[in-house]
Ligand binder design. Structure first.
Ligand SMILES: CC(C)(COP(=O)(O)OP(=O)(O)OC[C@H]1O[C@@H](n2cnc3c(N)ncnc32)[C@H](O)[C@@H]1OP(=O)(O)O)[C@@H](O)C(=O)NCCC(=O)NCCS
Length: 148
């Protein structure tokens, strides 16, 4: 972990730059060993979609974390979810994940959502600590998946 005290800046990505493509190639393997990082065209799709907001955290201009907020309207209101939160291993423990999540919650509020959902496997200890500390509460529900 770096001791560098330079501030972390969190922004919404509106365009796909070379450094975003490079950063995703570095960050996504730190989140999932089974998903390949998005290529430029896939990142363009995320950035262009009204349903997804991609946030990145920068440290001295370098992208060191990312989070995607998903938002869509359903009959009962605006539903939002936080997905694919990852912080570069060299920058963990500096509340980068918290700053990314705060930015996502602010956008969710602005979009009219009353709450934001996320799921995190119990084995992801750092992530579960982060969300509990921020005030996310566990809900009792069955989480199902149909494999296609
Ligand atoms: C989960 C994750 C995004 C948290 O990011 P972060 O910026 O390090 O978050 P925080 O600084 O708020 O620290 C969160 C917890 O990580 C742990 N942590 C602290 N320093 C750490 C370090 N150097 N290395 C690893 N974990 C550390 C602590 O348990 C901390 O909680 P605490 O401060 O209450 O003790 C990051 O660990 C990560 O990318 N993990 C791999 C991918 C992942 O699990 N994503 C979440 C999917 S749901």
């Amino acid at each position: 972990m770096t001791d560098d005290k330079a501030p972390i800046e969190v922004d919404e990505c509106r365009t796909v730059s070379d450094d975003l493509v490079e950063a995703m190639q570095r960050l996504i393997p730190q989140l999932s060993s089974s998903s390949s990082p998005p290529n430029r065209a896939e990142l363009e799709e995320i950035v262009a979609s009204p349903a997804t907001t991609l946030f990145v955290a920068r440290h001295r201009g370098r992208i060191v974390g990312a989070l995607t907020l998903v938002a869509f309207r359903i009959p009962t209101g605006v539903r939002t979810r936080i997905e694919d939160v990852v912080v570069d291993e060299t920058m963990r423990g500096r509340r980068v994940g918290e700053q990314l999540s705060e930015a996502a919650l602010e956008t969710a509020r602005r979009l009219g959502a009353r709450n934001t959902d996320l799921t995190s496997r119990p084995s992801r200890q750092a992530a579960n600590r982060l969300y509990a500390r921020m005030g996310f509460e566990r809900r009792e529900s069955n989480v199902y998946r149909f494999t296609l």
